[in-house]
Design a protein around this ligand. Structure first.
Ligand code: HEC
Ligand code: HEC
Length: 330
């Protein structure tokens, strides 16, 4: 190799090293973090009072799949939050007992990674999973129970009583709060590490070039400003700030008292069509277009950018924990 060629090669090499370290810095600055996988690491992220044990998780899983938690014993949490799919139901509007549609035309969000959200529900009215789980049990258009009926039903099943005692101590009072705490213990295990996390953990080839391009666009365009943190969503943010949402008149949801909306996690977003709080957008590419237009005032996002973003979103499809239906108490 002659002298000039040598200089060119050295220059090219240092450019590509610089470019890749810039990229890594921009990922760090954006605050992106890999999902933890070990139970100890997950426990560190959460309230110590809610530490998980195998018995608590197994009990919570049974309750999650048990239709006894609905008035006519026809549906369970799993009916609307299908763990074999993306953790939701694939419907535009959720359907509860007696085929009742959500009165505000609300779309079911995913339970996967919900433990990492700052707030629960589209309007963020609940602070955590333990509190959230009580909502659907009592809503007349979801599971239609009362607190008293829930407590009576669970306490009438000897195997549940034993399981609660084994999981939470023999003096446990199996009241409504305690039942919700048990369900939440299972939900806390519903995290789905993906190739994106492998990439953040240092496995450079876990994302291909197109997916990395999508990630760059995601950061550079400012999607990351709202779809933030380890859940890539889960905080309360303004909605339709640059333009009006095309389907704002479907249902009567207006966000919280300040008009803020809980940002959906984009983990497993490819599996969770239809999109938005009222489930009005079926195609992911249309959701991205609408987001660009109404949040970022970008009316003409390039098709190739949308393709790259979708490729990146596929890399967020996570590995699911064991999702087989458990054997329920007799
Ligand atoms: C009839 C369908 C249905 C059933 C049954 C149901 N959910 Fe939901 N779930 C929804 C809908 C719809 C929402 C959004 C409601 C809202 O934001 O007001 C939701 C919200 C949630 C959220 C908040 C997620 C987020 O992104 O904010 C969690 C967690 C959750 N449900 C867990 C459960 C658990 C646990 C059960 C069983 C006790 C359950 N759900 C039963 C439909 C259902
Ligand atoms: C200003 C904050 C903000 C910005 C910036 C933003 N989003 Fe969103 N995004 C939201 C909120 C809030 C929602 C939920 C709105 C609703 O349904 O009412 C949402 C919903 C979505 C959804 C639908 C997810 C679902 O499960 O329903 C997708 C997809 C999405 N955003 C992608 C993007 C992309 C791609 C970008 C960048 C081009 C972006 N967002 C920029 C706040 C933001």
């Amino acid at each position: 190799m002659n002298y000039k060629k040598c200089i060119v090669v050295v220059l090219l090499l240092s450019c590509s090293i610089l470019a890749s370290s810039n990229f890594e810095n921009s990922i760090k600055r954006a605050g992106l973090k890999a999902l933890p996988t070990s139970t100890e690491a997950i426990n560190k992220l959460i309230d110590p009072n809610k530490v998980l044990t195998p018995k608590r998780i197994a009990l919570g899983k049974q309750l999650y799949f048990d239709t006894r938690l609905s008035k006519d014993q026809s549906i369970s949490c799993a009916s609307c939050h299908d763990l074999s799919q993306g953790g939701a139901d694939g419907l535009s509007v959720s359907i509860g007992i007696n085929a009742m549609k959500h009165p505000s035309h609300i779309n079911t969000p995913t339970v996967y990674n919900a433990v990492l959200f700052e707030r629960q529900f589209w309007d963020g009215r609940s602070p955590n999973l333990e509190d959230q789980a009580k909502g659907p049990i009592l809503a007349h258009f979801e599971m239609g129970m009362t607190e008293a009926l829930t407590v009576e039903r669970i306490n009438s099943v000897p195997e549940y009583v034993t399981s609660f005692q084994e999981a939470y101590g023999k003096d446990v009072d199996i009241n409504f709060d305690q039942i919700a705490i048990a369900i939440a213990a299972f939900e806390r295990t519903l995290i789905t590490p993906s190739r994106f996390d492998d990439f953040l953990n240092g496995q450079k080839d876990a994302l291909n070039e197109e997916e990395k391009e999508g990630l760059s666009i995601f950061i550079d365009r400012g999607c990351i400003n709202c779809h933030t943190g380890v859940a890539i969503g889960g905080s309360m943010q303004p909605f339709a700030i640059a333009n009006e949402f095309k389907f704002k008149d479907v249902g009567d949801f207006k966000g919280d008292e300040f008009g803020l909306v809980k940002v959906p996690s984009l983990r497993n977003v490819t599996l969770n069509s239809p999109y938005f709080h009222n489930g009005t957008v079926v195609e992911l590419k249309d959701a991205i277009k609408e987001m660009s237009r109404i949040q970022l005032s970008v009316t003409e996002i390039k098709d190739s950018d949308i393709d790259s973003l979708i490729k990146f979103f596929h890399a967020l499809e996570g590995r699911k924990p064991d999702i087989k239906q458990p054997t329920l108490p007799k």
